[in-house]
Design a protein around this ligand. Sequence first.
Ligand SMILES: [Zn+2]
Ligand SMILES: [Zn+2]
Length: 158
Amino acid sequence: MQTAQDKAPDAIRIKEQFVEFLREKKYRNTQERYLVLDGVLECEEHFSADELYLALRTKNVQVSRATVYSTLDLLTRCNILVKHRFQGDSARFELADKMPNHDHLICTECGYIVEFQEETLNEIQDRVATQNGFKPLKHSLQIFAVCQDSRNCEHNRS
Ligand SMILES: [Zn+2]
Ligand SMILES: [Zn+2]
C-alpha cells in the first residue's frame, strides 16, 4: 500500500513530465488538462475514460468528456499512462511507473484483474526478440480466465 505521502513526489514529477511534453509538442497548456491529470492521480488502477469522467463530475470538476478523452490520449503518448484493451472492454489506463513490466490476469466473467510479474516472461521476451533480430523493449500479456471460486466472482470493476 502506498500512502498519500509516498505518492506526493511522484505526482510532482509526473506533472512536470506532462508540462514538458505539452511544451515540447506545442500543445495548449490548458487548466482543464491539469484537472484531468489530478483526477488520474487519484484514480484506482485500470480505470476507463468514462469512469474518470464520472469521478470528475461527482467532484464537480468542470471538464468535458472530450477533454477527458483527449487528455488521456496525450498522457498515454508521453508515457505517463499505459493503455490496455482488455477483452471486450473499453480501454483502461494505469500509471506507467506504478509497477514496471507487469502482466494481467483477467476474469472474463466479472472483470476482476490481477497484476503479476513473472521473470520467465521477460526471458521469453528477450529470447524471441533477439532471435528475430529485434532489441527487446517491453511486452504485454493478458491471460483471460475465470475466478476459480464462483462466490468471489463479483469483484467489481470500480
Ligand atoms: Zn496493471
Ligand atoms: Zn470473476
